[in-house]
Ligand binder design. Structure first.
Ligand code: FAD
Length: 435
């Protein structure tokens, strides 16, 4: 275990700024530091956008060096890995055996511990549910010195409080999960332009046979036009497809955001306008599942003030009307987004007490952080979401209110009972001050 004082552990959005008093780098045999004066929080790969991975003035437990594949049963597709291993690292070991991490977010640069603690979802949520649905067990280290193996039959309260538990129930040292059998690293992808939200809804209904669905939406268009994608794994026969992905890096953070209302308007119009109406192609799964991973540090385009993301899910058929109103508020505020993503989420749930993923329509948008105007817009968006009985995703959040956090779950009581009082984050201090 190494202890560093460091101020470069931040979240992906770069807002809010937060400086831990120390970072404890966990090694091959992770254990909690002996009781100190400060609170602790596990830190995976910092791919959360807001403040769930931050602990201002406290200790961060950095897990990335704890990344061993402990055990693998390639017959059954069951693996046990240390929690600091990333989804990409696991995929690269499991794919040659014909197995894939069953649920992955839009980047493979997240750790298994981070994926568990946010109970992440992916483009296959409508069929596969969230990451926690595939977790068999994990080991939890608590500040009272106990280490317990948690599953749906052992330490059940800790199991369901830790899935989606935002790192507040203790440190997960390893995770055991079931992988998904796949024929290889390729997907057959269809890309279809759509004119408005009604057509998007129809495309979704027609796509129940597709394992992955997702849409990019032109947030400046009144009707919500966009580009819908659906994909399925494909059998062999396509093995010679070259990997053409080009890795580039934004070399520095400009002092101001390169994203403004003019750039997003031009980008959105161009991204929609220059596409063919319908294209079918075989793609490497990394290209489809993780399109942004080819641009390292793309978050720097938002400048030194950083950016915020807002992701919500709204249940029921009324969800569409709420999405239309959210887009109208964004247009009225003249705060556009490059990456506006729309997706239908399915019924399957992990049981995580605070887990975000649930049935409904989910919308995710990014905004450069501009101080008061950003706070005002997000407050208006939050109000719309809550009045539509929707919820906001903590992993993407920097500004939700206590009321929105309360609305996330009916199980706050069970979660509170399982929390470890030595673990805290900037997020929980913001949404539950004094708790
Ligand atoms: C480009 C991009 C695309 C994304 N797309 C999606 C998406 O499609 N769907 C989605 O759900 N999310 C998405 N995300 C968000 C991301 O998947 C989550 O925030 C994820 O949890 C980040 O994992 P991490 O390893 O970076 O963890 P961090 O961000 O470092 O930490 C996340 C949380 O996990 C806790 N934690 C980390 N390790 C442990 C551990 N060992 N034990 C206990 N708690 C732990 C932390 O305390 C914190 O609360 C995306 C993020 C990016 C940058």
């Amino acid at each position: 275990m190494t202890i560093e004082r460091i101020d470069s552990y931040h979240s992906w959005g770069g807002y809010p700024r937060s400086v831990p008093s120390q970072v404890v780098i966990l090694g091959a045999q992770p254990e909690l530091p002996a009781g100190g004066d400060t609170t602790m929080l596990p830190y995976g790969n910092g791919r959360s956008y807001g403040d769930v991975c931050l602990n201002n003035g406290g200790t961060l437990l950095a897990t990335r060096r704890s990344k061993t594949l402990i055990d693998a049963d390639w017959e059954r597709g069951v693996v046990r890995c240390q929690a600091g291993m990333t989804i990409g690292e696991l995929n690269s070991v499991s794919l040659p055996h014909g197995w894939l991490v069953p649920v992955t977010p839009g980047t493979q640069l997240v750790t298994l511990g981070g994926a568990l603690a946010n109970d992440v979802h992916g483009k296959n949520h409508h069929g596969a549910g969230s990451f926690g649905c595939h977790v068999l067990s994990f080991e939890l280290l608590r500040s009272d010195g106990t280490r317990c193996v948690c599953s749906a039959v052992e330490h059940v309260d800790f199991f369901f409080a830790t899935i989606g538990g935002l790192g507040l129930t203790g440190l997960v040292s390893w995770v055991e999960l079931t992988l998904k059998r796949v024929p290889g690293p390729f997907l057959a992808v269809e890309t279809i332009k759509y004119a408005n939200l009604e057509v998007f809804a129809r495309l979704n209904e027609e796509s129940s046979d597709f394992e992955y669905t997702v849409a990019w939406i032109d947030c400046h268009s009144p009707g919500g036009r966009g580009v819908f994608q659906r994909a399925n794994h494909v059998e062999a026969g396509t093995r010679h497809l070259p990997d053409k992905s080009l890795k580039i890096e934004l070399p520095f953070t400009p002092p101001f955001s390169l994203v403004g209302s003019i750039t997003t308007t031009l980008f959105n119009a161009g991204y929609f306008g220059f596409r063919r109406a319908r294209v079918a192609a075989i793609q490497r799964l990394n290209k489809f599942l993780y399109p942004l991973d080819n641009i390292r540090c793309w978050n720097r385009i938002y400048g030194r003030r950083g950016f915020v993301q807002f992701q919500c899910v709204i249940p029921g058929p009324e969800g569409y009307a709420t999405v239309a109103r959210l887009l109208a508020h964004m247009r009225a505020s003249r705060m556009g987004s490059f990456l506006t993503v729309l997706k239908h989420m399915g019924e399957k749930r992990s049981g995580g007490r605070l887990s975000f993923p649930r049935a409904g329509i989910t919308l995710a948008v990014d905004f450069p952080y501009r101080g008061a105007p950003t706070h005002r817009l997000l407050a208006v968006l939050e109000e719309e979401v809550l009045s539509g009985a929707g919820v906001i995703y903590p992993a993407k959040d920097a500004l939700m209110s206590s009321a929105a956090f309360e609305a996330l779950s009916e199980c706050h009581g069970e979660f509170k009972a399982a929390r470890d009082s030595a673990f805290e984050s900037d997020f929980i201090r913001r949404v539950q001050p004094g708790a």
